[in-house]
Design a protein around this ligand. Sequence first.
Ligand SMILES: Nc1ncnc2c1ncn2[C@@H]1O[C@H](COP(=O)(O)OP(=O)(O)O)[C@@H](O)[C@H]1O
Ligand SMILES: [Mg+2]
Length: 254
Amino acid sequence: MIRFVDVQKTYSNGVQALKGVNLQINDGEFVAIIGLSGAGKSTLLRSINKMIPITSGQLYIDDIEISSIRGKALRYLRRSIGMIFQSFNLVKRMSVYNNVLTGRVGYHSTFPTLFGLFPREDKILALDSLDALGILDKAFTRADQLSGGQQQRVALARALTQKPKLILADEPVASLDPITTVQVMDDFARINKDFGITIVANMHHVDLALKYATRIIGIRDGIVVFDGLSSEVNEQILVEVYGRTLKHNEVLGE
Ligand SMILES: Nc1ncnc2c1ncn2[C@@H]1O[C@H](COP(=O)(O)OP(=O)(O)O)[C@@H](O)[C@H]1O
Ligand SMILES: [Mg+2]
Protein backbone atom coordinates (compact mmCIF):
# COMPACT_ATOMS: atom_id res chain seq x y z
CA MET A 1 0.00 0.00 0.00
CA ILE A 2 1.22 3.47 -0.90
CA ARG A 3 -0.03 6.46 1.06
CA PHE A 4 0.67 10.15 0.43
CA VAL A 5 -0.11 12.49 3.32
CA ASP A 6 0.04 16.16 2.39
CA VAL A 7 3.07 15.56 0.17
CA GLN A 8 4.72 18.66 -1.24
CA LYS A 9 7.64 18.96 -3.59
CA THR A 10 9.36 22.23 -4.36
CA TYR A 11 12.35 22.07 -6.70
CA SER A 12 15.43 24.16 -5.97
CA ASN A 13 14.34 26.66 -8.65
CA GLY A 14 11.19 27.33 -6.63
CA VAL A 15 8.76 25.37 -8.81
CA GLN A 16 6.09 23.76 -6.66
CA ALA A 17 5.51 20.48 -8.49
CA LEU A 18 3.33 18.86 -5.79
CA LYS A 19 1.14 21.04 -3.62
CA GLY A 20 -0.19 18.83 -0.85
CA VAL A 21 -1.03 15.46 -2.36
CA ASN A 22 -3.16 13.02 -0.38
CA LEU A 23 -3.90 9.62 -1.80
CA GLN A 24 -3.77 5.92 -1.18
CA ILE A 25 -3.00 3.16 -3.64
CA ASN A 26 -3.85 -0.38 -2.57
CA ASP A 27 -2.00 -3.58 -3.42
CA GLY A 28 -2.92 -5.07 -6.77
CA GLU A 29 -4.37 -1.90 -8.27
CA PHE A 30 -3.65 -0.69 -11.81
CA VAL A 31 -3.55 3.08 -11.48
CA ALA A 32 -3.03 5.61 -14.27
CA ILE A 33 -1.93 9.14 -13.47
CA ILE A 34 -3.19 11.60 -16.06
CA GLY A 35 -2.62 15.30 -16.55
CA LEU A 36 -1.04 17.85 -18.85
CA SER A 37 2.68 18.05 -19.44
CA GLY A 38 4.18 19.79 -16.40
CA ALA A 39 1.27 18.86 -14.11
CA GLY A 40 3.53 16.89 -11.75
CA LYS A 41 2.99 13.28 -12.89
CA SER A 42 6.66 12.31 -13.05
CA THR A 43 7.39 14.05 -9.76
CA LEU A 44 4.57 12.15 -8.07
CA LEU A 45 5.62 8.81 -9.55
CA ARG A 46 9.32 9.23 -8.86
CA SER A 47 8.78 10.28 -5.28
CA ILE A 48 7.42 6.76 -4.62
CA ASN A 49 10.85 5.11 -5.01
CA LYS A 50 12.72 8.18 -3.71
CA MET A 51 14.23 8.95 -7.10
CA ILE A 52 12.89 12.38 -6.20
CA PRO A 53 12.94 13.34 -2.50
CA ILE A 54 9.83 15.12 -1.26
CA THR A 55 10.02 18.48 0.50
CA SER A 56 7.35 17.94 3.15
CA GLY A 57 4.54 15.63 4.16
CA GLN A 58 4.75 11.87 4.58
CA LEU A 59 4.97 9.08 2.06
CA TYR A 60 4.30 5.60 3.38
CA ILE A 61 4.90 2.29 1.67
CA ASP A 62 3.42 -0.56 3.69
CA ASP A 63 3.39 1.74 6.71
CA ILE A 64 7.07 2.60 6.43
CA GLU A 65 7.66 6.33 6.08
CA ILE A 66 10.23 6.44 3.31
CA SER A 67 11.66 9.96 3.69
CA SER A 68 13.83 8.89 6.59
CA ILE A 69 15.03 5.51 5.35
CA ARG A 70 18.60 5.09 4.14
CA GLY A 71 21.18 2.39 3.42
CA LYS A 72 19.95 -1.17 3.58
CA ALA A 73 16.31 -0.23 4.13
CA LEU A 74 16.38 1.99 1.05
CA ARG A 75 17.99 -0.79 -0.98
CA TYR A 76 15.24 -3.20 0.12
CA LEU A 77 12.59 -0.64 -0.82
CA ARG A 78 14.10 0.00 -4.24
CA ARG A 79 14.46 -3.63 -5.15
CA SER A 80 10.77 -4.20 -4.37
CA ILE A 81 9.84 -1.51 -6.92
CA GLY A 82 10.33 -1.97 -10.66
CA MET A 83 10.72 1.12 -12.80
CA ILE A 84 9.81 1.51 -16.47
CA PHE A 85 10.80 4.58 -18.49
CA GLN A 86 9.61 6.01 -21.78
CA SER A 87 13.12 5.49 -23.22
CA PHE A 88 13.41 1.86 -21.92
CA ASN A 89 16.79 2.55 -20.22
CA LEU A 90 18.49 -0.69 -21.27
CA VAL A 91 22.23 -1.14 -21.51
CA LYS A 92 22.30 -0.94 -25.30
CA ARG A 93 25.34 -3.05 -26.07
CA MET A 94 24.50 -5.79 -23.60
CA SER A 95 22.44 -8.86 -24.45
CA VAL A 96 18.77 -8.98 -23.57
CA TYR A 97 19.50 -11.73 -21.05
CA ASN A 98 22.23 -9.74 -19.27
CA ASN A 99 19.99 -6.68 -19.17
CA VAL A 100 17.25 -8.72 -17.53
CA LEU A 101 19.71 -10.26 -15.05
CA THR A 102 20.58 -6.79 -13.77
CA GLY A 103 17.12 -6.86 -12.19
CA ARG A 104 18.77 -9.00 -9.50
CA VAL A 105 21.53 -6.54 -8.64
CA GLY A 106 19.66 -5.18 -5.60
CA TYR A 107 19.74 -8.64 -4.03
CA HIS A 108 23.51 -8.95 -3.90
CA SER A 109 26.60 -7.10 -2.83
CA THR A 110 27.85 -5.34 -5.94
CA PHE A 111 31.21 -7.05 -6.32
CA PRO A 112 30.22 -10.45 -7.79
CA THR A 113 27.42 -9.02 -9.93
CA LEU A 114 29.86 -6.53 -11.49
CA PHE A 115 31.44 -9.56 -13.13
CA GLY A 116 28.13 -11.10 -14.12
CA LEU A 117 28.36 -13.72 -11.39
CA PHE A 118 24.71 -14.23 -10.64
CA PRO A 119 23.52 -17.37 -8.86
CA ARG A 120 21.65 -20.04 -10.77
CA GLU A 121 18.26 -19.04 -9.27
CA ASP A 122 18.70 -15.56 -10.70
CA LYS A 123 19.44 -16.93 -14.15
CA ILE A 124 16.33 -19.09 -14.02
CA LEU A 125 14.27 -16.10 -12.90
CA ALA A 126 15.62 -14.02 -15.79
CA LEU A 127 14.78 -16.70 -18.34
CA ASP A 128 11.32 -17.21 -16.82
CA SER A 129 10.65 -13.48 -17.06
CA LEU A 130 11.73 -13.39 -20.70
CA ASP A 131 9.44 -16.35 -21.34
CA ALA A 132 6.54 -14.61 -19.58
CA LEU A 133 6.98 -11.63 -21.91
CA GLY A 134 7.25 -13.85 -25.00
CA ILE A 135 10.81 -12.80 -25.86
CA LEU A 136 12.83 -15.80 -24.72
CA ASP A 137 14.02 -16.28 -28.31
CA LYS A 138 15.68 -12.84 -28.11
CA ALA A 139 17.71 -13.65 -24.98
CA PHE A 140 21.09 -13.47 -26.68
CA THR A 141 20.36 -10.60 -29.02
CA ARG A 142 21.94 -7.23 -28.30
CA ALA A 143 19.35 -4.96 -26.70
CA ASP A 144 19.77 -2.17 -29.26
CA GLN A 145 18.95 -4.54 -32.12
CA LEU A 146 15.35 -4.83 -30.96
CA SER A 147 12.32 -2.74 -31.89
CA GLY A 148 10.99 -0.23 -29.37
CA GLY A 149 8.16 -2.53 -28.33
CA GLN A 150 10.56 -5.41 -27.80
CA GLN A 151 12.92 -3.17 -25.79
CA GLN A 152 10.07 -2.14 -23.54
CA ARG A 153 9.25 -5.85 -23.04
CA VAL A 154 12.88 -6.42 -22.03
CA ALA A 155 12.53 -3.58 -19.52
CA LEU A 156 9.38 -5.26 -18.21
CA ALA A 157 11.17 -8.61 -17.98
CA ARG A 158 13.97 -6.90 -16.06
CA ALA A 159 11.41 -5.39 -13.70
CA LEU A 160 9.71 -8.79 -13.23
CA THR A 161 13.08 -10.40 -12.46
CA GLN A 162 13.33 -8.05 -9.49
CA LYS A 163 10.30 -9.86 -8.01
CA PRO A 164 8.73 -6.49 -7.29
CA LYS A 165 5.52 -5.75 -5.41
CA LEU A 166 5.05 -2.65 -7.45
CA ILE A 167 5.97 -1.38 -10.91
CA LEU A 168 6.18 2.36 -11.60
CA ALA A 169 5.95 3.31 -15.26
CA ASP A 170 6.65 6.84 -16.48
CA GLU A 171 5.00 7.26 -19.91
CA PRO A 172 5.76 3.63 -20.82
CA VAL A 173 4.27 3.71 -24.32
CA ALA A 174 4.92 7.32 -25.33
CA SER A 175 7.69 6.31 -27.76
CA LEU A 176 5.80 3.42 -29.35
CA ASP A 177 3.56 3.15 -32.39
CA PRO A 178 -0.17 2.46 -31.83
CA ILE A 179 -0.04 -1.30 -32.45
CA THR A 180 3.00 -1.87 -30.24
CA THR A 181 1.43 0.39 -27.63
CA VAL A 182 -1.54 -1.95 -27.29
CA GLN A 183 0.74 -4.99 -27.05
CA VAL A 184 2.85 -3.42 -24.30
CA MET A 185 -0.23 -2.22 -22.40
CA ASP A 186 -1.62 -5.77 -22.65
CA ASP A 187 1.65 -6.96 -21.08
CA PHE A 188 1.18 -4.53 -18.19
CA ALA A 189 -2.39 -5.77 -17.72
CA ARG A 190 -1.22 -9.39 -17.69
CA ILE A 191 1.56 -8.69 -15.20
CA ASN A 192 -0.94 -6.92 -12.97
CA LYS A 193 -3.41 -9.84 -13.13
CA ASP A 194 -1.17 -12.89 -13.24
CA PHE A 195 1.49 -11.74 -10.78
CA GLY A 196 -0.69 -9.47 -8.65
CA ILE A 197 1.86 -6.69 -9.04
CA THR A 198 0.56 -3.18 -8.41
CA ILE A 199 1.02 -0.91 -11.43
CA VAL A 200 1.21 2.88 -11.29
CA ALA A 201 1.65 4.42 -14.74
CA ASN A 202 1.84 7.99 -15.97
CA MET A 203 -0.06 8.22 -19.21
CA HIS A 204 -0.80 11.19 -21.35
CA HIS A 205 -3.08 9.14 -23.60
CA VAL A 206 -6.45 9.38 -21.87
CA ASP A 207 -8.24 6.65 -23.83
CA LEU A 208 -5.50 4.15 -23.02
CA ALA A 209 -5.51 5.13 -19.37
CA LEU A 210 -9.27 4.59 -19.19
CA LYS A 211 -9.06 1.28 -21.03
CA TYR A 212 -6.30 -0.30 -18.97
CA ALA A 213 -6.32 1.24 -15.51
CA THR A 214 -8.95 0.42 -12.95
CA ARG A 215 -8.30 3.65 -11.15
CA ILE A 216 -7.45 7.13 -12.41
CA ILE A 217 -5.63 9.91 -10.60
CA GLY A 218 -5.95 13.25 -12.36
CA ILE A 219 -3.37 15.89 -11.48
CA ARG A 220 -3.31 19.54 -12.46
CA ASP A 221 -0.69 22.07 -11.39
CA GLY A 222 0.52 19.81 -8.59
CA ILE A 223 -2.93 19.19 -7.16
CA VAL A 224 -4.93 15.96 -7.37
CA VAL A 225 -8.20 17.07 -8.95
CA PHE A 226 -9.67 13.61 -9.52
CA ASP A 227 -9.17 10.25 -7.84
CA GLY A 228 -11.62 7.51 -8.68
CA LEU A 229 -12.59 4.60 -10.87
CA SER A 230 -11.97 4.72 -14.62
CA SER A 231 -15.69 4.11 -15.09
CA GLU A 232 -16.45 7.34 -13.21
CA VAL A 233 -14.42 9.57 -15.54
CA ASN A 234 -16.65 11.76 -17.67
CA GLU A 235 -16.17 14.81 -19.85
CA GLN A 236 -16.57 17.24 -16.95
CA ILE A 237 -13.81 15.48 -15.01
CA LEU A 238 -11.51 15.64 -18.03
CA VAL A 239 -12.14 19.37 -18.27
CA GLU A 240 -11.09 19.67 -14.61
CA VAL A 241 -7.89 17.75 -15.29
CA TYR A 242 -6.96 19.30 -18.63
CA GLY A 243 -8.64 22.68 -18.41
CA ARG A 244 -10.62 22.14 -21.61
CA THR A 245 -12.63 19.64 -23.62
CA LEU A 246 -10.60 16.97 -25.36
CA LYS A 247 -11.13 15.91 -28.93
CA HIS A 248 -11.84 12.22 -29.48
CA ASN A 249 -8.61 10.21 -29.16
CA GLU A 250 -6.58 13.34 -28.53
CA VAL A 251 -3.10 12.61 -27.19
CA LEU A 252 -1.68 15.12 -24.72
CA GLY A 253 1.70 15.55 -23.20
CA GLU A 254 5.34 15.52 -24.09
N1 LIG B 1 14.52 18.72 -11.75
C1 LIG B 1 13.66 19.74 -11.83
N2 LIG B 1 14.03 20.99 -11.45
C2 LIG B 1 13.18 22.01 -11.51
N3 LIG B 1 11.91 21.93 -11.91
C3 LIG B 1 11.45 20.72 -12.29
C4 LIG B 1 12.31 19.56 -12.28
N4 LIG B 1 11.60 18.50 -12.72
C5 LIG B 1 10.36 18.97 -13.00
N5 LIG B 1 10.26 20.29 -12.75
C6 LIG B 1 9.07 21.13 -12.90
O1 LIG B 1 8.07 20.60 -12.05
C7 LIG B 1 6.80 20.65 -12.67
C8 LIG B 1 6.22 19.24 -12.77
O2 LIG B 1 7.05 18.49 -13.63
P1 LIG B 1 6.82 16.94 -13.92
O3 LIG B 1 6.61 16.23 -12.64
O4 LIG B 1 7.92 16.49 -14.80
O5 LIG B 1 5.43 16.96 -14.73
P2 LIG B 1 4.83 15.93 -15.79
O6 LIG B 1 5.52 14.63 -15.61
O7 LIG B 1 3.37 15.89 -15.47
O8 LIG B 1 5.07 16.51 -17.14
C9 LIG B 1 7.03 21.31 -14.02
O9 LIG B 1 6.77 22.69 -13.88
C10 LIG B 1 8.48 21.07 -14.29
O10 LIG B 1 9.03 22.06 -15.12
MG1 LIG C 1 6.57 13.45 -16.98
